[in-house]
Design a binder for this molecule. Sequence first.
Ligand code: ADP
Length: 437
Amino acid sequence: MASLIGGTAAAVPFGWRFVWLGAWLGAVLWVVLDAWRAQQLLHVLRNDATGLPSRAPGVWGELAERIRKLLRTREQQARQAEDRLQEFLAAIQASPNGVVLLDEQGRIEWCNQTAAGQFGIDADRDLLQHLANLVRDPAFVAYLASWNYSRDVVIDAPSQVGMHRGHPVRLSVQVHPYAGNRRMLLTRDITSLEQAEAMRRDFVANVSHEIRTPLTVLAGFVETLQNLPLDAEERARYLALMGQQSHRMETLVNDLLTLSRLEGSATPPANRWTRVRALMAQCEDEGRGLSSRLASQGHRLSFSVEVDSEIAGAPTELQSAMSNLLSNAIRYTPGGGEVVVSWRLLPDGRGEYAVRDSGPGIAAEHIPRLTERFYRIDRSRSRETGGTGLGLAIVKHVAQRHGAELRIESTVGKGSRFALVFPVTRLRQAAALSAVA
Ligand code: ADP
């Protein structure tokens, strides 16, 4: 080989040798430079890819540029994915339902604030804790371990935060397995739902009871009329009693219908005006009639309208609420007692319809419950005087629908004062109206 080179060298002219040498040196330099650049690039990639040179010449420069672009695209994608994940988590956080994610071992991986509040989980401290250690309700523990999640399980919320008016919050918990053995727990606060259901049951039981009593009496009279040979006077007496019972049922059904109409209909109009004087006149007619029917010596009744105003709303509802308060005052105040009915404007411009009586009064503990359906203090007096136990519930509804407030003040042995206070927005002075007209 050496001889070959030597032989060639002998044949090549002297100037060409320099050219060859230069070419060799250049090639070696190029290879070294290339290796150095590659080394540089590797070094940057190994340490911190953000330091990649931009717009460097040559293949390595282009390679660096492409890697840089690729990394930037990946970074953007990762940032977008992170943003979307955060949005999802924020959406789940905003959910009124609780969400807990469990890993394969049943340990808490993530939960939203609702679930944390309901279960008393501390999002930092309790992460990777077994949920069954924190929520020890036996029904829940058995449900979680059963791996049969076709139904939900209902438990009391273990957290002290989960109290609703002194009662524990009721939670419906349903597990949904996902991604193999991972589980997602969804919780729903069903306290109000259960309360509404209990109220519905009570209501149906109350209505049935209220209707059954007169029905039983009626059936008894029918049987008597069918089986006993009665003279004309006795028959008339029985028929009158039967009439009373059927009237009682009719009143009850009417009140029930009134209540359901109040619940289901739109807010009363704000531009339909009714004169207080007209409402009062009707109250007076009904009140005097009722008083003379109930008590032989009647009551001392007085009616006054301080400022003739108009109220915006549904006239029949207003009349029903005002008459209900008056009829209660007359029904519960013994004959000879005093009932004062008044309309006046309060200093702040609101209007007050008030009925004050000198009746038996109401003990303080009953007052908050008076507007509950079928809540009665003196059950027999209520029935004797044709009460259904729904009057004040109707009044409360009408008041709410008109933005009014029902105020009840009472002293046992002295009497009661029921007032409806209407907001300024639903009032105008009748005199002002006629002046404009
Ligand atoms: P009811 O049809 O039985 O009168 P309400 O809902 O109108 O039903 O009233 C509820 C209860 O409130 C009554 O049963 C009665 O015990 C009590 N009550 C209402 N108004 C008066 C009053 N003016 N004086 C004393 N008790 C009253």
